[in-house]
Design a protein around this ligand. Structure first.
Ligand code: PMP
Length: 363
């Protein structure tokens, strides 16, 4: 087999090798069924067992309260951007959006099709390089929406936005779901595309309070009502069976590794090592405010676009892939989700040091 390289992709992203091996072993025959995992009916016993186990794993790993539903939906997190306001916003109401990056901008834009929006905070003034310290909410918002980790800009909320009691807080956790302990009970809804921390592309995990599901609009196409999926165990139509299976394997891997507390500590250590190097570097510097740094996406620059490009191409040649920053930030972005190993961080820091020694010119 071709040797695997260090994959810093922002998503789809690296998955645990043991998970990939187990999936490979079940491609031609899931256990002793004689039918591969991709080929099993979603209504059959074998897949139903996988579905139930995966749902139970989401509940146990995420400590999901009993009055929440676990849904596996399709259409990506981007579908949630409009499905949420379609269900919970109307022309006579206002929803509050905390705008800390391109994805929260997109979510807010979609909401405007269905009702009024209010920007409770924004960090656009400094190209989304920080998380605002204060929010100013509208009087009676239909809900408050925020993005817990800003994949493109490399910032992350380290405290929950302080919403008033009784206000529904909705979180797009696409790029940091289950990367650290989370108190689900503080949210009315959490959603995340699986392709960064949980599995492959093709499934969106939604955790939603039962009471909120009940309140959703009823005059919508069946597929766009959350209650449809809640009532049918996410099987109103054919679910993305293989993606759900892989999410189950990744969750098992997280659980065996000590759950969210342990993975949170590992992620903190990994990101901490990389930021510590960047902070003392004379060539590279992080692009984000100290108190807002993401543990998932580490963004940094040299300050010279040509040198950034030279770095990215040298890194690719040395076996470090996916480091080119998003065009709206430039420079580099190292995405180091749950499955990115600490050994890859150590190897990368050695490479950064070497590049710095060869390319830093003393002033
Ligand atoms: N939200 C965030 C924070 C993201 O990082 C992304 C994708 N990178 C999305 C939403 C959009 O997700 P999808 O491609 O699954 O629609």
């Amino acid at each position: 087999m071709t040797q695997r390289i260090w994959n810093f992709s922002a998503g789809p992203a690296v998955l645990p090798e043991s998970v990939l091996e187990e999936a490979r072993n079940n491609l031609l025959s899931l256990g002793s069924t004689g039918i591969g995992i991709l080929e099993h009916s979603h209504r059959g016993k074998a897949f139903l067992a996988i579905y139930e186990e995966t749902e139970a794993l989401v509940r146990s790993v995420g400590d999901v309260p009993a009055d929440y539903k676990v849904l596996f939906l399709q259409g990506g997190a981007s579908t949630q951007f409009f499905q949420i306001p379609m269900n919970y916003l109307s022309s006579d109401r206002t929803a509050d959006y905390l705008v800390t990056g391109a994805w929260s901008e997109k979510a807010e834009e979609e909401a405007r099709r269905f009702g009024k929006t209010h920007l409770a905070c924004s960090s656009q003034d400094k190209n989304y390089s920080y998380i605002p310290a204060k929010c100013s909410f509208s009087a009676n918002p239909a809900y408050v929406h925020y993005t817990s980790n800003n994949t493109i800009f490399g910032t992350q909320w380290h405290n929950l936005p302080m919403v008033s009691n009784g206000v529904d807080l909705i979180c797009d956790a696409s790029s940091d779901i289950f990367s650290r302990p989370i108190d689900v009970s503080k949210y009315a809804m959490i959603y995340a595309g699986a392709q960064k921390n949980l599995g492959p592309a093709g499934v969106t995990l939604v955790l939603m309070r039962d009471e909120m599901i009940e309140r959703g609009a009823k005059n919508l196409p069946t597929m766009l009502q959350y209650r449809t999926h809640a009532k049918n165990e996410s099987m109103y139509n054919t679910p993305p069976t293989f993606a759900i299976y892989l999410v189950g394997l990744v969750l098992k891997w997280i659980k065996q590794g000590g759950g969210l507390t342990a993975i949170g500590e590992r992620n903190q250590k990994k990101a901490g090592k990389l930021y510590a190097y960047l902070d003392q570097s004379r060539l590279f510097k992080p692009t984000t405010a100290l108190d807002s740094r993401s543990q998932m996406n580490v963004t940094f620059v040299t300050g010279d676009a040509d040198l950034d490009a030279k770095f990215c191409s040298a890194a690719t040649q040395a076996g470090f892939d996916g480091l080119k920053g998003h065009r709206s930030v430039g420079g580099m972005r190292a995405s180091i989700y749950n499955a990115f190993p600490e050994a890859g961080i150590d190897a990368f820091i050695e490479f950064l040091k070497k590049f710095e020694a060869e390319n830093h010119k003393s002033p």
